[in-house]
Design a protein around this ligand. Structure first.
Ligand code: K7E
Ligand code: CUA
Length: 664
């Protein structure tokens, strides 16, 4: 078996010349053989076996695919504007994108972690991270909508996130960039990195019943870059493991200066100990400013709360809280096997994969088998925590998932392949080329206590020559492999929305029956709801005009509105009166400088519109909802400022000509 076309020499050259681009496996065109089509074919009308939640990277979105078909089911806007759903355009959703920096309608969404119960994915929520303006979001899997976004103080880039503990006690967020903490003067020379820049990991607690997030505590650490993380499970439940790089403390040309040390670290955090320290009052209350945005499914509205304090534990002062385990060389993925005993560090520049033993780590701590300290945190001797090394796994190991049968599969970015190896004897069992430059990979439940080891999906950064050209940029891609046998078999290849980093999948049964169909109109507590056409009205409050509008197949009420003047701000509060599954109505008006609304059955949603000229402005439903959808329209008249045209509204009636105000 020799699919790897890269040599170590080529790899070294690639690094020397500053490009970590992949080497290409050969025979890309003939990679699929035999009965692949049969294995992914889901007949029309039949459901997929798995929901697959895939990060959208710099699209700020989360996409939902069915597996094994690779069919795209939904795109969920999180840290993004989405005109398809009016997300970030409606007045109700705008607060979701607030931060302490103001309205920030974009972020870089890398990782997906689903809520767990007893170490198994439970299908309730998906958590995702925002990498740029540090945020965490929770997506509710009954509505498939973003329910909550929490900003993270004392952080600069929330990359090693949102990994969770086995009963969703905590979601973590480790800062990618160490920066001066928020409460000190950050106006310092950049080259004082080593003195002034601090690392931080945040533990966010999750309410068992409603999923609400809250910052429980933060741990301040030496100034390294946190990359990825995973919680311990089973016996190691109570610990969290974070990979870190830039232990060099470099602040410029990191590609060289943060790649000098032979080993960086995995930081082991004893979070049960952290809880004890918090209880004992060892946390410091630190003034900060961050926001918390929540969407309420009864008022159909998001609110933003500004918070001003966090509790910080100092890793350097509090004994037994954090330990460093040396890990070669600029580790990226930090993955814990289903038993909770083995911790796999994937060094981007390492030619082997170290596997650490939780038991040995505990023993090393007990025996004080330390090789020294880093920023006052004990560094455990490499050999003392090491279970063993996977030799010659491939080039550029990034991430590892587990099949639940005692094997691990690691993605190799540089040699473009997936490599399967046995956790016990650390022998490579199989390798299969990917097209090309795989970043993350995903086995359903593959980071939980109970993987569903039927498939693995490789998420590829580069698709050169795989798809029809689409200009300078090609879509990234996912590739599905059957891993039920000894050999991994490529069975499907499909493009993704944005750059896929991490993804997770869960059996469809865990989600599909809880999927929400409508919002009950009688439970709608939106302040501008109209629960029937009789409640529709147009109300002027100074220069603000509130239109209480309803939508039902196939008309909007009111559909004739006059008396709007230049200088007015008009708020269309549209309530969808339908109580039927899959009958949204849309709303758009000419010249609106934001987007449309898409209103779910029973929901009220608001579009703000400021007329920029006088005249007649048509508005209409944007979602083809019935045979007479095209008739679901109306007109709004805008008159000059100070006009005497009275405010009137109607549907289905005209004012008699003799009643028209003078001059009409
Ligand atoms: Cu999870 Cu893509 Cu942010 Cu690895 S990172 S590839
Ligand atoms: Cu309502 Cu189209």
């Amino acid at each position: 078996m020799k699919p790897v076309q890269c040599t170590l020499a080529a790899f070294a050259l690639a690094i020397l010349f500053g490009s970590m681009n992949a080497c290409k496996p050969k025979n890309a065109g003939t990679a699929v053989t035999g009965n692949a089509a049969e294995k992914v074919y889901i007949p029309p009308g039949k459901y997929d076996e798995f929901y697959n939640f895939v990060s959208g990277g710099f699209s700020g979105q989360l996409s939902v695919y069915g597996l094994p078909s690779g069919r795209l089911l939904r795109v969920i806007p999180v840290f993004s504007l989405d005109p398809e759903k009016g997300w970030g355009f409606s007045e109700e959703t705008k607060p979701m994108l607030n931060t302490s920096h103001g309205f920030v309608p974009w972020d870089d969404l890398h990782h997906v972690n689903m809520s767990q119960t007893n170490g198994e994915i439970d299908g309730r929520w998906v958590f995702v991270n925002g990498n740029n303006t540090p945020r965490l979001a929770r997506v509710d899997l009954t509505t498939f909508r973003t329910a909550e976004i929490l900003e993270l103080p004392n952080s600069g880039g929330n990359h090693s996130s949102p990994f969770i503990t086995e009963n969703t006690e905590y979601v973590v967020a480790g800062t990618r960039f160490s920066v001066p903490p928020d409460n000190v003067n950050g106006d310092v020379p950049i080259n004082t990195y080593k003195q002034n820049f601090k690392g931080n990991v945040t533990f966010v607690s999750v309410d068992k019943d409603n999923g609400n997030m809250e910052i429980a505590f933060q741990i301040e650490t030496p100034g390294v870059n946190f990359d990825l993380s995973h919680a311990g499970k089973g016996p190691s439940h109570g610990w969290f493991f974070f990979s870190c790089y830039n232990t060099e403390g470099a602040n410029t040309l990191l590609e060289v200066n943060a790649s000098k040390n032979d080993k960086d670290f995995i930081m082991a955090v004893n979070w049960k100990k952290a809880e004890e320290y918090i209880k004992a009052g060892k946390g410091k209350k630190v003034p900060v400013k961050y926001v918390h945005n929540k969407f309420n499914e009864e008022t159909h509205m998001a609110t933003t709360e500004t918070l001003r304090e966090v509790t910080v534990l100092d890793s350097r002062e509090l004994e037994g809280l954090c330990y460093f385990i040396p890990c070669p060389k600029s580790p990226h993925g930090c993955d814990v096997d289903p038993t909770g005993e083995y911790i796999v560090g994937s060094g981007k520049l390492a030619a082997l994969i170290p596997v650490f033993s939780y038991t040995k780590m505990l023993k090393a701590i007990e025996d004080k088998a330390f090789e020294g300290e880093y920023g006052k945190i004990p560094v455990i001797k490499y050999e003392a925590a090491l279970y063993g090394e996977v030799q010659k796994p491939g080039l550029g190991p990034l991430h590892t998932e587990f099949d639940g049968r005692g094997n691990a599969i690691t993605s190799m970015f540089v040699s473009s392949e997936l490599v399967k190896w046995n956790i016990k004897d650390l022998k490579v069992l199989d390798r299969v080329p990917t097209y090309y430059s795989t970043g993350h990979l995903m086995i359903p439940g593959g980071d939980s206590r109970k993987p569903d080891g039927k498939y693995v999906v490789a998420y590829n950064k580069i698709t050169k020559d795989r798809y029809l050209p689409t200009g300078p940029e090609l879509s990234q891609s996912a590739q599905l492999f059957d891993i039920s046998g000894d050999k991994m078999q490529l069975i499907l290849d499909y493009p993704t929305i944005g750059e896929p980093h991490y993804a997770q999948a869960v059996r469809a049964e865990k989600i599909k029956d809880n999927s929400r169909k409508i919002f009950k109109i009688e439970e709608n507590r939106h302040p501008y709801v109209a629960k029937g056409e009789k409640e529709t009205k147009v109300v002027r409050e100074g220069n603000k005009v509130h239109v209480y509008m309803t939508a039902i197949r196939s008309h909007l009420t009111p559909d004739n509105i006059e008396g709007i003047r230049m200088g007015d701000e008009v708020y269309f509060h549209v309530t969808n009166l339908e109580q039927d599954w899959d009958v949204p109505h849309g709303f758009a008006i000419k010249g609106a400088d934001n987007g449309e609304l898409l209103i779910m059955p029973g929901e009220t949603t608001t579009l703000k519109w400021t007329p920029d000229r006088t005249g007649i402005f048509p508005f209409y439903c944007t979602d083809f909802c019935s045979a007479l959808h095209q008739e679901m329209t109306g007109y709004l008249r805008v008159s000059p400022a100070g006009s005497k045209v009275p405010l009137t509204f109607s549907t289905g009636t005209n004012l008699p000509a003799e009643d028209l105000p003078a001059g009409q």
